[in-house]
Design a protein around this ligand. Sequence first.
Ligand SMILES: *Cc1c(COP(=O)(O)O)cnc(C)c1O
Length: 389
Amino acid sequence: MEHGKARIDTKLVHAGEPEPRIAGAVAMPVFQSTLYELREKPGAPLGYHDIPYIRLNNTPNHAALHAKLAVLENAEAALVTASGMAAISTSLLTVLATGDHLLVQDSLYGGTHDFVTQDLPAFGITYDFIDADDPASWEGLLRERTRAIYVEAMTNPLLHVADLAAVPRFARAHNLVSLIDNTFASPVNFRPPEHGFDLSLHSATKYLNGHSDIVAGAVIGRGDLVEAVRHKLNHLGGSLDPHACFLLHRGLKTLGLRVRQQNASALRIARFLESAPGIERVNYPGLESHLRHVRARELFEGFGGVLSFTLAGGSEAAARFIERTTLPVRTVSLGGVETLITRPALTSHAGMAAADRQRLGIVDGLIRLAVGIEDGDDLLEDIARALQG
Ligand SMILES: *Cc1c(COP(=O)(O)O)cnc(C)c1O
């Protein structure tokens, strides 16, 4: 069977696996070697990027992952990186040069926000924030040297879903590169290249690996662009170590099982919270009450494992609630097998001015839940108990 035509769970297991299997190994072995003998045409000159060397992202572990990830999103090519931020920063530095201008969604992942606002200006690259929900407002922000438009599949922690379908259309009309951070959706729920995005970026630290035990990233999309990002990554050096490649490869095989369980539990928890007394508001794209639920249903196959909510009692009630839960681990991040709980105002968004947080709706009492793969009944019971106390 050609794996490119299979359904995603089959692709996760079989796509990109070496053929024939290496020494018959059923699982992809780790190639813990920085160097490879120059066997083909010894004595013939090799281009720098073709020298078989770990930093140049061309070991057998890299190659297998690249093939698997590209097939997952039905894209031409893929590249793994040493972190999600390496994927994001290297991609932006590939498509932008001094004098260029970027249109970027106004509520970004913190690391991306800081890279765009603090580091890109040092390279002479300018940017404008866009209301990604309002495509009519984008054209007025275009400049002669606007080169790219950058959005996120869902925003953190309020789970807004922008007008994602409009982004590749706008990019094509104005000759821009379209980029999307697809971490929150994962390829199970959303495959941006199918919607015309040029580059889909991931923190593979989250759902793709799924076990909270490595940091990694991925760039998936158009072949020429992925190749250009690979060359930049070869220079900047944010390459993924083979052992981390091995773990990511192993984690990926269960992505479908994990994400569907997380989708299902998150939806049940969101529905339960929405109807529970003492809850002020629940943010989850799978709820009919979500502002962009219809759009989310059109775009996504599932709504992901992250939801956020506020209790009527404000931050004191939030602190009490978190205190009373027993299953969720109190920390940041998402996409692992264990459920995590955090208050963004005190963690991921603590560095933001209180007034800015308030304006965005990230109030002190907001609780973010990143649902894991525990039994959904156990999670619901734990949450219900914590609410009652
Ligand atoms: C975690 C995360 C990143 C950064 O990824 P790292 O692997 O920590 O470098 C980028 N975007 C989103 C949406 C994230 O959640």
